[in-house]
Design a protein around this ligand. Structure first.
Ligand SMILES: [Zn+2]
Length: 212
């Protein structure tokens, strides 16, 4: 038995990966993602299959300099961070909170725009996988307590079969040139392009705490 700490699904998950015969390299991706995320959440697992698919389409390896845009902040962003090292910190991951379960990936480029691949959940294809479909649609017919394990198994066995892709053109991120501006309210310094009405964001519309 496990020790009961918050990684307690780790052993179960590894066993399930083996039982479902998930092929490499996606098996390693799934395992790494689950560890990083602290649980093998369904959306994260789908994300790992999406990144694997994107890498294949780009004919890229995870060690190349790749960029990703996630269309939801839920679970998905951890997959490109772990697998392709496209992180918010290194500026190669952008999260756009649209709510679509999709990810676009592209290579580095010196042009103003470049081609990439957008991987998304295909509403036609997903119908062939009722449990995944119910979970994805947030249906009341999906009961996590009794169906959670089956869902996980279905995702591992189904892989990318309910995903589709499209070739897209995306803008290439340019490095911003900036000057420091000292905020007149808090006295801290921010880049000029982030100044709002003469103040830093925290003294303006992006205030997120009260001083105590
Ligand atoms: Zn300020």
């Amino acid at each position: 038995m496990d020790k009961g700490h918050h990684h307690h699904h780790g052993g179960d998950f590894e066993a399930r990966l083996a039982a479902c015969n998930v092929a490499e390299p996606v098996r390693t991706y799934l395992s790494q993602c689950a560890r990083f995320h602290s649980s093998p959440a369904p959306g994260l697992l789908i994300g790992a299959f999406m990144v694997d698919y994107a890498l294949e389409l780009l004919k890229a390896t995870p060690d190349e300099k790749l960029f990703a845009v996630c269309e939801t902040p839920k679970c998905l962003p951890d997959a490109p961070q772990v697998i392709a090292h496209a992180t918010t910190g290194n500026g190669r991951l952008k999260v756009v909170p649209i709510g679509r379960f999709a990810i676009t990936m592209n290579r580095v480029s010196t042009e103003a725009t470049t081609e990439g691949f957008r991987i998304y959940v295909d509403q036609e294809k997903i119908k062939a996988f009722p449990i995944i479909d119910k979970w994805f649609a947030n249906s009341p017919e999906f009961v996590k307590r009794t169906m959670g394990d089956t869902l996980q198994e279905q995702i591992l066995k189904t892989g990318r079969r309910f995903l589709s892709f499209e070739k897209v053109r995306v803008p290439v991120k340019i490095k911003e040139h900036w000057q420091p501006v000292t905020c007149p309210c808090c006295g801290e310094t921010v880049p000029d392009y982030l100044v709002v009405d003469g103040k830093c964001g925290a003294c303006g519309p992006m205030k997120y705490y009260e001083k105590i």
